[in-house]
Design a protein around this ligand. Structure first.
Ligand code: LIP
Length: 324
């Protein structure tokens, strides 16, 4: 089977590794901190430099491809997914961590193509792929089985409404390269990932973030959700300070779920595929289908835990990433 996108994925891995080196070096220097949407929504020259480095290197190799980059969008570029091959880039996921040298920082590169186009079974599938779960326009499929459990090609047509073809998250201070290709599993430094098998939320760790919205009404909702979930009770709550790494922790089986409202498509795109290819599920915070542009997500090891979390969340709807 012709593999259209392996070159692009190899390039993404190498670009993420190069970007990670720049981020590590920048950590040793003084960082000039600027603000974006609010006084706690931070950006540095390193975010901007790394995004330009990645975009330039991709343009040289794939001149027709499009981009959604966190800092480009902040500078006024559109945030649109289409059928065209599109690189979705967060040069530094965890900018606040980076500014404070809190040691979890990721370079995130997702790649989408053929938005909302149904494909025949197996077209982009790896050997032994098996899928389950609902799908609909603009959604990530969830998958019931992890890499180790796959057997035989998909028996029925796959509803390939997936938007993300591959995802690369480089946790550059840990030197962990998380990768996923649609239908081919998720990996960390080449080792396959599998979500936790835990079925009881009472024996789970849940990751979440507090985001950068300081509107007291929003903060009340965040704390109300947190209180509800903590009091289920769960074993614990964790925050890595980066959406991408939180989701890679779900894919790795270290935490059972991650939820948040307010992060962006560039925080989510790559890691959403890493979660689903590790056997996890993606869901909207109100229990509906996951929507990459909605700025809301539950990523969990299984549907039962995802649904339980959705029942405890005080939902709200920030402006969509693709709002005009
Ligand atoms: C950040 C996320 C973090 C979230 C923030 C923000 P950035 O991304 O990864 O988890 O809580 O709202 O979106 O700005 O560091 O790329």
């Amino acid at each position: 089977m012709t593999d259209l996108w392996q070159d692009a994925m190899d390039h993404a891995v190498s670009a993420a590794r190069g970007a990670g080196q720049v981020v590590r070096e920048a950590l040793l220097e003084d960082r000039m901190v600027m603000v974006k949407s609010s006084s706690v929504d931070l950006v540095t020259q390193t975010d901007q430099k790394v995004e330009q480095l990645i975009i330039q290197s991709v343009k040289e190799k794939f001149p027709t491809h499009r981009f959604i980059g966190e800092e480009s969008v902040a500078a006024g570029e559109p945030c649109v997914l289409s059928d065209e091959p599109t690189w979705i880039i967060d040069p530094i996921d965890g900018t606040t961590n980076f500014v404070h040298r809190f040691p979890f920082v990721a370079v995130s590169i997702g790649f989408s193509v053929n938005k909302q186009r149904a494909e025949p079974a197996g077209r982009a599938s790896g050997p032994g792929q098996q899928r389950a779960g609902p799908a609909g326009p603009g959604q990530q499929l969830s998958r019931a089985s992890g890499p180790s459990q796959r057997a035989g090609p998909a028996a029925e047509p796959l509803l390939a409404f997936l938007q993300v073809e591959f995802g690369v998250v480089y946790s550059c201070l840990e030197d962990k390269m998380f990768t996923a290709r649609r239908g081919r599993g998720s990996f960390c430094n080449g080792d396959p990932l599998q979500v936790s098998e835990q079925k009881a939320i009472q024996q789970s760790i849940i990751a979440t973030e507090f985001g950068s919205d300081r509107d007291p009404e929003v903060v009340d909702k965040i704390f109300s959700s947190l209180r509800n979930i903590l009091c289920i009770p769960v074993h614990g709550i964790r925050s890595a300070g980066t959406a991408a790494i939180n989701m890679c922790l779900v894919a790795s089986g270290c935490v059972e779920a991650y939820y948040e409202i307010g992060m962006h498509v560039w925080d989510l795109a790559a890691a959403s595929l890493i979660v689903s290819e590790a056997g996890g599920v993606l869901m909207d915070v109100e229990g509906g289908p996951f929507d990459l542009m909605s700025r809301r997500v539950i990523a969990a090891n299984n549907r039962t835990i995802a649904e339980r979390i959705s029942g405890e969340i005080q939902a709200y709807a920030p402006a969509r990433d693709d709002a005009a």
